[in-house]
Write a protein that binds this ligand. Structure first.
Ligand SMILES: *[C@@H]1O[C@H](CO)[C@@H](O)[C@H](O)[C@H]1NC(C)=O
Ligand SMILES: *[C@@H]1O[C@H](CO)[C@@H](O)[C@H](O)[C@H]1NC(C)=O
Ligand SMILES: *[C@@H]1O[C@H](CO)[C@@H](O)[C@H](O)[C@H]1NC(C)=O
Ligand SMILES: *[C@@H]1O[C@H](CO)[C@@H](O)[C@H](O)[C@H]1NC(C)=O
Length: 300
């Protein structure tokens, strides 16, 4: 739930040397060995003829069967060739096709069109992302609640505006809570703090989670320090504690690449080292985005 933790909070947490990585980036394909390359299927493919991991860039035209073409999001098979496809609502000729097209909804007249009003939709095609809710068989506009009207933690729920929702506060009242940008925003909401996944309630305040909060090896991984950044943790089996990782020496050939969110690679001299070049994950330039299914079929 709590995605954004303030950068300022992160910087405070990083005064000690810790390994930080950015999950929005990945190692340049050419730096990877075959095993790591296989884990980078979204961007890289192993070229068996010259034993090298290569970035690939496929366009719809490269998909020569209808099955592969139609499995790719932005491609469509058209009389024997695979073409680029940017669907509009009018392409949604069935409810299922319509629901797959961004910003298009299947209405009561069995037409696919941009959003009009909640009442124009049947209950089973009620557009939740447009603040419509289906109840007793009809689709109607969401009714915003009044948080203060709820008197128990169990009934304190729902949205009271498009940007805030009800949360049970420490003074045992139901309050409106807007977007949470830092754990300290939850100082008066202990249960929300605890259930946020990235904050911990300690004493009288809600603070960002730390490596040392983890009490099991499996829970000792990384701490989210920003929208896409993480600080790595390391487990000590001698003391049974989790601490900030000072380096990546505890990582192995099997977990180096994945545990560093694809920022480090297993080197030829058997060390987990930072990649020389990182590439933005969404920098697919002119390549179509293909699922693993399509790629595995292409390699085979
Ligand atoms: C594999 O590498 C060779 C040599 O660099 C190249 O000619 C070939 O096109 C590559 N294969 C693919 C599928 O990219
Ligand atoms: C459904 O969408 C079509 C196309 O925009 C429109 O002509 C029709 O009036 C809509 N039906 C309802 C119930 O809103
Ligand atoms: C938190 O609760 C305390 C005591 O009820 C109150 O004085 C304070 O203003 C509250 N803080 C926020 C941010 O709502
Ligand atoms: C929240 O977590 C703290 C620390 O683990 C615990 O002491 C407290 O009881 C929890 N409170 C709630 C409401 O879950």
């Amino acid at each position: 739930m709590l995605r954004q933790v303030l950068i300022s909070l992160c910087l405070i947490g990083l005064t000690t040397a810790a390994v930080t990585v950015d999950a929005s980036q990945h190692c340049d394909c050419t730096e990877l060995n075959q095993a790591d390359c296989a884990l980078a299927l979204a961007w890289c493919l192993w070229n068996t003829s010259d034993a090298e991991c290569q970035a690939y860039s496929l366009t719809c035209e490269d998909l020569t069967s209808q099955t592969l073409c139609d499995a790719a999001d932005s491609c469509k098979w058209n009389s024997g060739t695979c073409e680029e496809w940017d669907p509009s609502c009018s392409d949604g000729t069935t409810a299922a096709l319509c629901n797959d097209i961004d910003e298009c909804y299947w209405n009561k007249s069995n037409a696919c069109a941009s959003f009009s009003s909640c009442a124009d939709y049947a209950a089973d095609n009620c557009p939740a992302d447009q603040w419509c809710t289906a109840s007793s068989g009809t689709c109607a506009a969401y009714t915003f609640v009044t948080c203060s009207s709820f008197t128990t933690a169990a009934t304190c729920m729902g949205a009271d505006s498009k940007t805030s929702s009800c949360a049970w506060a420490n003074d045992n009242t139901c309050k409106s809570l807007g977007a949470v940008s830092a754990c300290s925003d939850l100082n008066n909401f202990t249960s929300r703090c605890n259930s946020s996944g990235s904050c911990v309630y300690e004493g009288t305040a809600c603070r960002a989670e730390k490596c040392s909060d983890a009490t099991t090896e499996i829970g000792c991984n990384a701490i989210e320090t920003g929208d896409t950044t993480y600080s790595l943790c390391t487990w000590s089996s001698t003391s049974g504690t989790c601490a900030d990782a000072a380096d990546t020496s505890a990582l192995t050939k099997d977990n180096c690449y994945s545990r560093t969110f694809r920022n480090y690679k297993w080197s030829s001299d058997n060390k987990c080292v930072a990649c020389d070049d990182l590439v933005d994950n969404d920098d697919t330039s002119n390549s179509v985005i293909l699922g693993a299914f399509v790629l595995l079929a292409l390699i085979a």
